[in-house]
Design a protein around this ligand. Structure first.
Ligand SMILES: CC(C)(COP(=O)(O)OP(=O)(O)OC[C@H]1O[C@@H](n2cnc3c(N)ncnc32)[C@H](O)[C@@H]1OP(=O)(O)O)[C@@H](O)C(=O)NCCC(=O)NCCS
Length: 171
């Protein structure tokens, strides 16, 4: 359908909030970020099991191994306890497309939520991407998951240009 000039002119210029500056813990909150260690495996497996209902020890054992262009961060609360984790990867999906920082996973202990841990993890990944020369961050979410949508919207993410399509294959 043709777009009339007057409509084109009225269309707002998309406003993209730039990714936030490096992690700034909220007032009163002490959240420490560090790279994952093998010793974190029990807590990661347990948190993921509590959130997804499935324990995946082999998956996470392989997942904590260092990999190029992948950042696996752990957040610790004030008392040094495990609070959550986030994984980001630098990926270029299509040939010739610029690499992008993908937020691959983010999980915070349900008892420690809404205290800035998720934001600290997100900011930490953005800082790693920025240091690696990446200027765009993306993630994929379930559109019915209002919690994760709220969270990423608060971080400044908006709908990107791609839409995922899928089809079931007969066996
Ligand atoms: C989404 C998640 C990571 C947020 O962690 P968190 O530590 O609570 O996040 P923060 O405290 O930094 O919250 C930042 C913002 O997110 C939004 N948010 C967080 N929890 C929310 C909730 N329950 N309802 C609505 N908005 C929420 C708010 O806008 C909040 O800002 P505010 O506190 O100033 O209002 C956490 O809830 C979680 O682990 N969820 C389940 C795991 C998951 O679905 N992971 C995604 C797939 S891997």
């Amino acid at each position: 359908m043709a777009v009339e000039k007057r409509d084109r002119d009225r269309r707002p210029t998309p406003r993209r909030k730039p990714a936030p500056a490096p992690a700034q813990p909220r007032e009163g909150a002490t959240i420490r970020l560090r790279d994952v260690a093998t010793a974190d495996l029990p807590e990661i497996i347990d948190l993921d099991r509590r959130l997804t209902g499935e324990a995946k020890p082999a998956y996470w054992k392989a997942g904590v191994a260092p990999q190029p262009d992948r950042f696996f961060l752990v957040a610790e609360s004030a008392n040094g306890g495990f609070a959550g984790f986030a994984i980001g990867e630098i990926r270029a999906w299509e040939f010739g497309s610029p690499p992008v920082g993908w937020i691959f996973a983010i999980q915070v202990d349900p008892d420690l939520r809404q205290a800035g841990v998720g934001t600290a993890l997100f900011d930490g990944l953005c800082a790693r991407f920025r240091t690696a020369g990446i200027g765009l961050v993306r993630t994929m979410v379930n559109r019915r998951d209002h919690l994760i949508l709220s969270f990423f919207r608060t971080q400044g993410l908006t709908a990107g240009p791609s839409l995922e399509l899928e089809m079931e294959l007969e066996p």
